[in-house]
Ligand binder design. Sequence first.
Ligand code: NAP
Ligand code: HSE
Length: 431
Amino acid sequence: MDRVVRLGLLGCGTVGGGVATILAREADDITARTGAKLEIARVAVRDTTKDRGLGLPPEAFTSDPSEVVEANDVDVIVEVMGGRDRAGDLIRRALELGKPVVTANKELVAHEGPELYAAARAAGVDLAYEAAVAGAIPIIKPMKESLAGDHIDRVVGILNGTTNYILTRMSEEGAAYEDVLSDAQALGYAEADPTADVGGGDAAAKCAILASLAFDTSVYADDVFTAGIDSVTEVDIRVADRLGYVIKLLGIASVVDGRVAVRVHPAFLPKTHPLASVRGSFNAIFVQARAAGELMFYGPGAGAEPTGSAVVGDVIDVARNLMQTARGAAESQHRPMPIRPIEDLSTQYYVLLDVEDEAGVLAQVATVFGDHDVSIAQVWQEGHGDSAQLVLITHRAREGDLRATVDSLGATPCVRSVASVLRVEAEVFDS
Ligand code: NAP
Ligand code: HSE
């Protein structure tokens, strides 16, 4: 085998390290499958003095990623450094130079995907991003290629490993939020700034990418209604469990009345739903397609080698195409669609109120719900005296009405505070 495809790595941290490990360990099979040897030629990192264990000469390392992009001895760019502006400029430049790009950068793809796809199309080279969504799980390729003949109605996913890991340990072990977050960081699941994980932004980016592919349109990260898990408490988890639910950070995308409804937030999910059994840093994506029916894609959602596996798969794909001067399947965005405001969502809600422990409180609270057309399905009191709380589960209600209810509850004297509001997803999700 004398053909060599030379790779330029932009970044060699958690994911880049996983990529290097896999390329070295599986070298023979990868060479046979690709029809060429894949060789890391150059690497950009911030700290060029650190030993990365790649067996490369010191001159292969640089702290200037554009040197890697411009290098004549680099055929394919692997962007695993993260961030937006710098990574975006580097990718655009690589495409301009006719170099295929593989990236794990969901933040960038979710904010600038359509522009980057257009740049790749104009240059006639591949831009592949399987690792940007759900770590090791093959989902981009199945949606772009395997399901290309079908019609996707809905995508529901657990799209963030860090938050699923945190919620699992909080509910199964009663572990404290801060402790499990630092474990998730130590295990390489979390983003450099974990706010993107716990605040829901990372899952929102992935949900935007999936919604775009599912509905042949352009959905950007900022189109996704986003709420994180940072306010989920032990009481919420306990109530959910008692009622037969688990709390999961869900990404949900569908088309309702010609508008894309796309949202990421923690929700009560029935324990009987297939996504409820997804534990730890695992992710899963539940796709409802008109002809195929219900499909579930499941696997490790984060970490060095799981994510590295998706990156290397893409590298093999683009390397094969490069050698045949071909291109992989392109994204279709033929259908401009408006985004449905979250206020139009109709679902059930769980509301937890800190209340005065006195006669008439329940009647006052019920009146506020009734005034806003929100019907109560269940209500009970937890605790007494200063720690009295009311737990309410509503029937299906419009989000706009629920929000107005919560605002009014905040101004109701017997309500000391609105402690939690979470959506309760029945089997059918939203309408
Ligand atoms: P990471 O561990 O922080 O690694 C980032 C790498 O990029 C490091 O090697 C760093 O150099 C290098 N780097 C960053 N900025 C640079 C700059 N301006 N110039 C030169 N080198 C630079 O991050 P990661 O977890 O591997 O994530 C990388 C990307 O993959 C992100 O887009 C992330 O969202 C995505 N991703 C991560 C996972 C995961 O499980 N971690 C999963 C899917 C996707 P130093 O090593 O010298 O600091
Ligand atoms: N921080 C991300 C997560 C990495 O926890 O899911 C995988 O994209």
